[in-house]
Design a binder for this molecule. Structure first.
Ligand code: ZN
Ligand code: ZN
Length: 411
């Protein structure tokens, strides 16, 4: 089937300016042509966008679709219940205009397939499988009463992570997640907020372990993505060749300069800590976690300013936990607008995220050959960051893989 979008102003995911006078032609699941001189076949289905903005589907590069609870301990819930709630979370993401998400711990290849085959109406998943954590690291949320060595059948430390120690084990864990269908490797390289046993400012994994896991990922033609908050943790993973730094809230100017010089990506996630500080009481977050969250939340906006000033390449993520709290996914745009131009956030959430995820040319841009993931927005997302906070209400069209998830422009 051929679809043609007419009379749209186009944000292409690459340029800061909207393009007028462009036509976008979709054939099957791909964009066949986009530009001023596009042929419109007689039998094409025409969508009149009436001057509204056509843009690529949004990409969220840091989610946990199985994070149905703020408590990520592995042994509290039935897997069937978690996956049913994951489906609900993913459907919400697509309703909000996110057509691709990068899962940084927890989603497996079964969920990827369920979306690809249409069993779940959700965003395309790009996954790490389980995140790799050292014993006592951010992915190790076992009870403190768990004896050493007892980590469940697959050395699982939480719903989002598995435990491995030493060069041999981290290599095996990385190879095992890649074998099971991971697109990239996620490691926990510093303390975190949702885990109660690790301080936020420690480093996790040794230099040898970090080098080994990067070697495994590169051998598989992919990359390592690292959870890290502090300059010390960021420098440790950068030295090993990690491609993307998650969160980075406590970054300083010198470390940001080093990231810019080495082309290391930052994927900030402001909304998770922002929302948890507002709703912590209701969800029973521990006092230990709350103190850590307040600390990283305070520094979130400053980290964006520091990274932008240094010229660090930046993606866009959210990292929300808890089934109701995923509702606030679009608030990340509002928060980032307090520290940067909304068009920069939009570029991060489209073309730049795709490049960060090594999916350049596939998603995130309105260019010929890319997958046909498109939104028509009633409003200008390059200047209004709040458009995405209304759970998809201003979106007239959500097209994914050339198929309408929503279309209010049909006659
Ligand atoms: Zn993290
Ligand atoms: Zn995360």
């Amino acid at each position: 089937m051929t679809l043609v979008f007419l009379n749209a102003r186009i944000f292409d995911g690459i340029s800061r300016d909207l393009q007028d006078g462009w036509v976008v032609r979709v054939e099957g699941d791909r964009i066949a042509a986009a530009g001023p001189d596009v042929v419109v076949p007689d039998d094409a289905t025409r969508i009149d966008c009436a001057g509204k903005v056509l843009m690529p589907g949004l990409i969220d590069a840091h989610v946990h679709v199985v994070a149905n609870s703020v408590d990520l301990s592995a042994d509290r819930q039935w897997p069937s219940f978690v996956h049913t709630q994951a489906r609900h979370i993913m459907e919400g993401m697509l309703d909000r205009g996110f057509t691709t998400v990068r899962d940084c711990g927890g989603a497996d290849a079964g969920l990827v397939r369920a979306v690809a085959e249409g069993w779940i109406k959700g965003p395309r998943l790009n996954i790490s499988g389980l995140a790799l954590s050292q014993t006592g690291g951010h992915g190790d949320m076992r009870s403190v009463f768990t004896p050493p060595g007892q980590a469940g059948p697959h050395r699982v430390g939480s719903m989002i992570g598995r435990v491995c120690n030493g060069v041999a084990e981290i290599r095996e864990a990385a190879r095992d997640e890649l074998r099971k269908g991971a697109d990239f490797v996620k490691i926990m390289a510093s303390g975190g907020a949702a885990s109660v046993t690790d301080p936020i400012d420690n480093t996790q994994f040794s230099a040898e372990e970090l080098r080994a896991v990067v070697e495994e990922a590169v051998a598989w033609n992919t990359y390592v993505c690292a959870h890290a908050y502090t300059p010390r943790a960021i420098r440790a993973v950068m030295a090993a060749g990690v491609r993307t730094i998650e969160h980075g809230n406590l970054i300083d100017a010198d470390t940001a300069t080093l990231m810019a010089d080495t082309g290391t990506w930052l994927c900030p996630t402001l909304v998770a800590s922002d929302i948890l500080t507002q709703f912590a009481d209701r969800y029973g977050f521990s006092d230990v976690s709350m103190r850590k969250i307040a600390h990283v939340c305070e520094r979130g906006l400053e980290s964006i300013r520091i990274a932008r000033a240094a010229g660090v390449p930046m993606g866009f993520g959210t990292d929300l936990l808890g089934i109701e709290l995923h509702h606030y996914q679009g608030r990340e745009f509002t928060l980032r607008a307090r520290a940067e131009d909304p068009v920069d956030t939009l570029l991060s959430a489209t073309g730049l995220n795709a490049r960060m995820m090594m999916m350049d040319g596939q998603v995130g841009t309105v260019t010929a050959g890319a997958l046909a993931d498109l939104l028509v927005v009633d409003g200008d997302p390059t200047t209004d960051p709040d458009l995405f906070t209304h759970h998809g209400a201003p979106l007239d069209v959500i097209l994914k893989d050339g198929v309408f998830h929503k279309n209010r422009l049909a006659d």
